[in-house]
Design a protein around this ligand. Structure first.
Ligand code: PLP
Length: 436
């Protein structure tokens, strides 16, 4: 009973060890991936997982919640402060559950949702037909403009007027440009719909002022916490001042008992730690470096003849169109995996391939930036991707690329490099000045 994992369960221990090694030895370019700090990891693996708590601080169904109440209140206050929100619910297990709670709050079965098409960058939880959301609600989708491959707000407005949805969702998993949440709110107002802004991917950028915040505009804001925000695998719902009084209680009961059971107390603690970290100068510096790294990688790849969807990127990710290279997204994913570069195949707007094949890949720099990769490493990674995807690589090329990947990973062995003195010299204030 008191033995450690290695002794009590060598099988699981060995698997975790191998995964730890894989994380160390691979260049992680999946745009939704990141590495938490040790402190977040420690909170996630703490004894808090033993505590059963249902309900909210001061309104629990079990006794012995005094410490948990203090913890959850602390997390809520930090979330409100970081995002200038009037209300925060920290209980959603993931971003998908956060979205479900919003649907339960404002929709009746059969009501209409208008969200971004999955193949154009939207997310499964926005009403894909084989999901619970897709089955319970009448889901419709908007698309990017076929020429610019960007959101065309006038067309979205026209679509909204045609569909007359009860809820419009702004937010994406594979969209490399800034999202205009204010314009989305105007569209929602024009058709009497609620606006949900799902900032799962860009949350870290929003937290540091590097992407405009949806909080002042949307009726509801949801997010995952494990992506650019670099927290545990979890979720969160935020409300701005304009909508908080009306919806706070409704969201509370939609999360619990609406779609969830008892609180994941360990995840609340990890999110509290994450929120404190996100207020630091080093976090802001790291988010800024993520943008810089993405820009450099994108420019280098374009210079090597890769076409990027929408011709570039404003955020932490890009979509590579591989049709000119005569290779599918699936083939590219496998080829890069063979040299320990991890990406995901991704549908391109108006893609003619199946979802299991795809014509592109999605590439993001959040995780490697956390690891301390900078501009020099970006030039190098662009070169490696080019070597692997522009024509069939020779055996000797593959060997050389593997060696280079291994060297890069050894040079940045530890994720705690993000909390170095170097990062700390940036302050939040200086980030905001850079923006304006
Ligand atoms: C990742 C993501 C989510 C939620 O995913 P979870 O795995 O449930 O946290 C929701 N919306 C968008 C846009 C996402 O990218």
């Amino acid at each position: 009973m008191n033995a450690d994992l290695q002794t009590s369960d060598p099988d699981v221990f060995a698997i975790i060890n191998r995964e730890s090694q894989r994380q160390r030895d691979n260049i992680e370019l999946i745009a939704s991936a990141n590495f938490t700090s040790r402190a977040v990891l420690e909170a996630t693996g703490s004894i808090l997982t033993n505590k059963v708590a249902e309900g909210y601080p001061g309104r629990r169904y079990f006794s012995g919640c005094e410490n948990i109440d203090e913890l959850e209140n602390l997390a809520i206050e930090r979330a409100k402060q970081l995002f200038a929100a009037a209300y925060a619910n920290l209980e959603p297990y993931t971003g998908s559950q956060a979205n479900q709670a919003v649907y339960l709050t404002v929709l009746k079965r059969g009501d209409r949702i208008l969200g971004m098409d999955l193949g154009h960058g939207g997310h499964l939880s926005h009403g894909a037909k084989f999901t619970m959301t897709g089955k319970y609600y009448d889901c419709h989708f908007y698309h990017v403009d076929p020429d610019t491959e960007r959101l065309d707000y006038d067309r979205i407005e026209a679509k909204a007027k045609e569909i007359r949805p009860q809820l419009i969702i702004a937010g994406a998993s594979a969209y490399p440009r800034i999202i205009d949440f204010q314009r989305f709110r105007e569209i929602a107002d024009a058709v009497g719909a609620f606006l949900l802004a799902d900032m799962a991917h860009i949350c870290g950028l929003v937290a540091t002022g590097l992407h405009p915040s949806p909080i002042p505009h949307a009726h509801f804001v949801t997010t995952s916490t494990q992506k650019t925000l670099r927290g545990p695998r979890s979720g969160m719902i935020l409300l701005g001042k304009h909508s908080a009084p009306d919806f706070a209680r409704k969201i509370d009961s939609a999360v619990f008992p609406g779609v969830q059971g008892a609180v994941h107390v360990h995840a609340i603690a990890a999110k509290a730690v994450m929120l404190k970290e996100a207020m630091s100068g080093s976090f802001a510096a790291s988010q800024l470096q993520t943008l810089e790294n993405t820009r450099i990688l994108a420019e280098d790849l374009m210079a090597r003849g890769f076409r990027l969807v929408s011709g570039g990127t404003d955020n932490h990710l890009m979509l590579l169109d591989l049709r000119d290279k005569g290779i599918t997204g699936k083939e590219a994913e496998d080829r890069l995996a063979s040299v320990r570069i991890t990406v995901n195949k991704n549908m391109l707007p108006y893609d003619s391939q199946k979802a299991t094949v795809c014509s592109g890949i999605r590439v993001g720099t959040a995780a490697i930036t956390t690891r301390g990769f900078g501009s020099e490493e970006m030039h190098c990674i662009a070169d490696l991707i080019d070597k692997m995807l522009s024509g069939e690589p020779t055996v000797s090329t593959i060997t050389k690329v593997r060696e280079k990947v291994s060297r890069l990973c050894r040079q940045h062995p530890h994720i705690d490099s993000i909390y170095s003195e170097e990062g700390a010299k940036f302050t939040l204030e200086s980030q905001y000045q850079l923006q304006s």
